[in-house]
Design a protein around this ligand. Structure first.
Ligand SMILES: Nc1ncnc2c1ncn2[C@@H]1O[C@H](COP(=O)(O)OP(=O)(O)O)[C@@H](O)[C@H]1O
Ligand SMILES: [Mg+2]
Length: 241
């Protein structure tokens, strides 16, 4: 599905991403963790074609990414959520989701039925006619996910979808993310809520200062001394479970 080969990106004298290589198979849920400023969002910008790599290459569905042309990458089946959701404030929840569905469905009727189905799946169906301004942080995050899914992607990049959610909302979102591969959506997911990502992702890639310092099963990665030192800290108890 996705292959990064020695990818690097320099901003001035800073290498935000340096020599990063990993692959993602169809149907996987891959988690990306690492401290603030590690380069996670830059990595997503590279994969989404929004930022051009300084070195290396990215292949998506066996094609080289059209660097600097995120709309081409989106057309090939990639969608992403942003850390800070920016829905269209003048539109209702349903209309926001419908706009994404219009990417593939060219009549409002079809786009509307796709939007309704996705809102039901994410459990925001009852908010369809609500105004965006009335939404809580948790509902905004769900809307952000619904908008991405309404483009019917094969690869979805999630950037910190759990930030600001209450514990019940986190549980709810975990269930939704875990079910995405069954709907034909492969997931690459950046997250700081360890309980969520360590339980749902099948594989974790750890980024520190732009580089991959570990990758593997959640239980193994969380015991890795380099990962504990750079990010998780000693008190993280996942390994004990
Ligand atoms: N467009 C940019 N111009 C200059 N520096 C940037 C740019 N984007 C990111 N950076 C820098 O790259 C580093 C990684 O940032 P980012 O990818 O946002 O990290 P993370 O998402 O892991 O917190 C940071 O030092 C950040 O300041
Ligand atoms: Mg980030």
């Amino acid at each position: 599905m996705l292959k990064l080969d020695a990818v690097g990106r320099q901003f001035g004298s800073l290498w935000a991403i340096r020599d990063v290589s990993f692959t993602v198979e169809a149907g996987e849920i891959v988690g990306i963790i690492g401290p603030n400023g590690a380069g996670k969002s830059t990595l997503f910008n590279l994969i989404a074609g929004a930022v051009v790599p300084t070195t290396g290459a990215i292949r998506f569905l066996d094609r080289t990414i059209d660097y600097g042309k995120p709309y081409h990458v989106a057309r090939c089946g990639l969608a992403r959520t942003f850390q800070i959701p920016k829905p269209f404030k003048q539109l209702s929840v349903r209309e926001n989701v419908m706009l994404s569905a219009l990417r593939r469905h060219h009549t409002p009727r079809q786009a509307n039925s796709v939007a309704m189905a996705i809102m039901e799946f994410i459990r925001i169906g009852e908010l369809a006619e609500a105004s965006v301004a009335s939404l809580t942080v948790g509902q905004l995050k769900k809307l952000e996910l619904a908008r991405a899914l309404a483009t019917e992607p094969v690869l979805l990049l999630l950037d910190e979808v759990m930030a600001g959610l209450t514990p019940p909302e986190i549980k709810d979102m975990m269930t939704v993310i875990a079910s995405l591969p069954r709907r034909g959506v492969t997931v690459v997911w950046v997250e700081h809520v360890m309980m969520a990502i360590m339980n749902v992702a099948e594989r974790i890639v750890v980024i520190h200062q732009g580089q991959v310092i570990a990758q593997g099963k959640p239980a193994d990665v969380s015991k890795d001394p380099a990962v504990v030192g750079a990010y998780l800290g000693e008190k993280y108890a996942y390994a004990a479970r």
